[in-house]
Design a protein around this ligand. Structure first.
Ligand code: GLY
Length: 291
């Protein structure tokens, strides 16, 4: 038997002082929601998805409501969930507006397809009972203001209150990872980040579960999550390897960010090379949050 655990992140970046407490507390609430699933006998996958849903519903984070926009002002959602016990993956990219993209990815988890993208992903979601929402339901005034800033600067960028993710471990020691994002603010239409790409921003196997946040292109190019999980599976020290891979993404692939990592027995691990990363965790033994 393992100690069940849920660890979440609310995105890498520099959250202004007056909002730090709010970002960290939101992560704790999400971890508790995942923990309630585990306490009721739910699986690691169900717990990770439940935690991410809470963060998608909270407009301070860049996922679901409050997500970043393309440079032409549209919603384009990426999300993935991976079951470390079965290696099943469900992922959606460039998804049109749905309230909880992680729920769509979850519905895809046991299907033969791993990743659906674009309008067809939206049609698949509708055919499987998900209701699309009007784009305006997901777009907040704060997000419109941040898009205007990004356009003034002339480049897509991450913003504090970024990508969200969760890793979970159930009593059987099974692991899962889930990640959801609107991507970079002012991104090119059609751009897909690391979050829905298995092995880049999201990965889970028997030995490790990883969710990343930050400059997606560096995590894509460094195949971040899978290489981290493989190294842990091969016996590397999880905390040291997490830090080493993030430094590699920064120094060799020119991207800043953070990640969370769980193993079948170990503590909740988190690290970042960005200015901060809001996070929260829950287990029957303790809970907490930080940034
Ligand atoms: N890390 C999220 C993204 O770059 O889309």
């Amino acid at each position: 038997m393992s100690v069940p655990l849920v660890l979440v992140h609310g995105g890498a970046g520099d959250v202004p002082e007056d909002r730090r407490e709010r970002h960290a507390r939101g992560c704790l609430e999400a971890a508790r929601a995942g923990g309630a699933v585990l306490a009721a006998g739910g699986s690691a996958v169900e717990a990770a998805v439940a935690a991410v849903r809470v963060l998608e519903d909270d407009p301070v984070y860049n996922a679901g409501r409050g997500c970043a926009l393309t440079r032409d002002g549209h919603v384009s959602l990426d999300a993935a969930v991976m079951d470390g016990a079965t290696l099943d993956v469900g992922a959606v990219a460039v998804l049109p507006p749905f309230r909880n993209p992680i729920a769509v990815a979850h519905a895809l988890l046991r299907e033969p397809e791993v990743l659906l993208a674009g309008p067809e992903a939206g049609r698949w979601a509708e055919a499987h009972g998900f209701e699309p929402v009007a784009e305006d339901e997901l777009i907040t005034d704060a997000v419109r203001a941040r898009l205007a800033e990004a356009l003034r600067e002339g480049r897509a960028r991450n913003f504090a209150g970024g990508t969200v993710g969760a890793v979970a471990r159930d009593v059987e020691g099974r692991l899962a990872a889930a990640t959801s994002t609107g991507g970079t603010m002012g991104k090119a239409p059609g751009r897909i980040g690391d979050s829905p790409v298995v092995g880049a921003g999201t990965y889970a196997c028997a030995e490790a579960a990883v969710s990343a946040t930050g400059d997606g292109e560096s995590f894509l190019r460094s195949v971040f999550a899978a290489r981290l999980a493989d190294a842990v599976a091969a016996g590397a020290d999880p905390a040291a390897e997490l830090r080493r891979r993030l430094e590699e993404a920064r120094d060799r692939y020119a991207g800043l960010g953070g990640a969370i990592l769980l193993t079948p027995e170990g503590p909740p691990l988190r690290a970042w090379t960005s200015r901060g990363m809001s996070h929260g965790w829950w287990s029957p033994e303790d809970e907490g949050c930080g940034i």
